[in-house]
Design a protein around this ligand. Structure first.
Ligand code: SF4
Length: 72
Protein backbone atom coordinates (compact mmCIF):
# COMPACT_ATOMS: atom_id res chain seq x y z
CA UNK A 1 0.00 0.00 0.00
CA UNK A 2 1.34 3.44 -0.91
CA UNK A 3 2.44 5.77 1.84
CA UNK A 4 2.82 3.29 4.63
CA UNK A 5 6.54 3.80 5.22
CA UNK A 6 6.82 7.56 5.49
CA UNK A 7 4.82 9.89 7.67
CA UNK A 8 4.88 13.63 7.03
CA UNK A 9 3.28 16.03 9.48
CA UNK A 10 2.99 19.80 9.29
CA UNK A 11 1.97 22.05 12.18
CA UNK A 12 -1.38 23.75 11.60
CA UNK A 13 0.17 27.20 11.82
CA UNK A 14 2.43 26.36 8.88
CA UNK A 15 -0.26 24.50 6.93
CA UNK A 16 -2.58 27.50 7.23
CA UNK A 17 0.10 30.01 6.20
CA UNK A 18 -0.30 30.56 2.47
CA UNK A 19 3.33 31.58 1.89
CA UNK A 20 4.80 28.69 3.84
CA UNK A 21 2.37 26.22 2.26
CA UNK A 22 3.40 27.42 -1.20
CA UNK A 23 7.09 27.16 -0.27
CA UNK A 24 6.61 23.58 0.84
CA UNK A 25 4.82 22.83 -2.41
CA UNK A 26 7.77 24.34 -4.31
CA UNK A 27 10.65 22.67 -2.47
CA UNK A 28 9.42 19.10 -2.42
CA UNK A 29 10.73 17.37 -5.55
CA UNK A 30 8.07 14.68 -5.46
CA UNK A 31 4.90 16.70 -4.84
CA UNK A 32 4.03 15.65 -1.33
CA UNK A 33 2.71 19.10 -0.40
CA UNK A 34 -0.33 20.38 -2.25
CA UNK A 35 -0.96 24.08 -1.64
CA UNK A 36 -3.69 24.46 -4.25
CA UNK A 37 -6.52 24.35 -1.71
CA UNK A 38 -7.47 26.57 1.24
CA UNK A 39 -5.10 24.76 3.53
CA UNK A 40 -2.06 22.64 2.84
CA UNK A 41 -2.82 19.04 1.95
CA UNK A 42 -0.38 16.20 2.40
CA UNK A 43 -0.62 14.19 -0.80
CA UNK A 44 -0.80 10.75 0.79
CA UNK A 45 -0.67 9.16 -2.65
CA UNK A 46 2.86 10.54 -3.13
CA UNK A 47 4.26 9.75 0.31
CA UNK A 48 6.09 6.66 -0.82
CA UNK A 49 8.02 8.86 -3.30
CA UNK A 50 9.73 10.80 -0.48
CA UNK A 51 13.49 10.80 -1.03
CA UNK A 52 14.27 12.07 2.50
CA UNK A 53 16.01 15.13 1.06
CA UNK A 54 14.91 17.16 4.12
CA UNK A 55 14.32 20.30 2.01
CA UNK A 56 10.88 20.64 3.59
CA UNK A 57 12.44 20.77 7.06
CA UNK A 58 14.06 24.09 6.17
CA UNK A 59 10.67 25.71 5.60
CA UNK A 60 8.99 27.29 8.59
CA UNK A 61 9.99 27.21 12.25
CA UNK A 62 12.21 24.40 13.47
CA UNK A 63 10.20 21.25 14.08
CA UNK A 64 7.09 22.53 12.30
CA UNK A 65 7.53 20.01 9.52
CA UNK A 66 8.41 16.45 10.39
CA UNK A 67 9.30 13.55 8.15
CA UNK A 68 9.43 10.19 9.86
CA UNK A 69 10.60 6.91 8.49
CA UNK A 70 8.36 4.14 9.75
CA UNK A 71 10.98 1.52 8.93
CA UNK A 72 14.67 0.98 9.69
S1 SF4 B 1 12.04 15.06 2.65
FE1 SF4 B 1 12.14 15.87 0.55
S2 SF4 B 1 10.91 14.45 -0.66
FE2 SF4 B 1 10.39 14.08 1.48
S3 SF4 B 1 8.59 15.35 1.89
FE3 SF4 B 1 10.39 16.58 2.45
S4 SF4 B 1 10.91 17.76 0.61
FE4 SF4 B 1 9.53 16.09 -0.02
Amino acid sequence: MAGMFIEVTVDAKVADDRDLARKLDEVCPVGIFDSSGETLRIAEENLDECVLCDLCLEVGPKGAVQVRKLYE
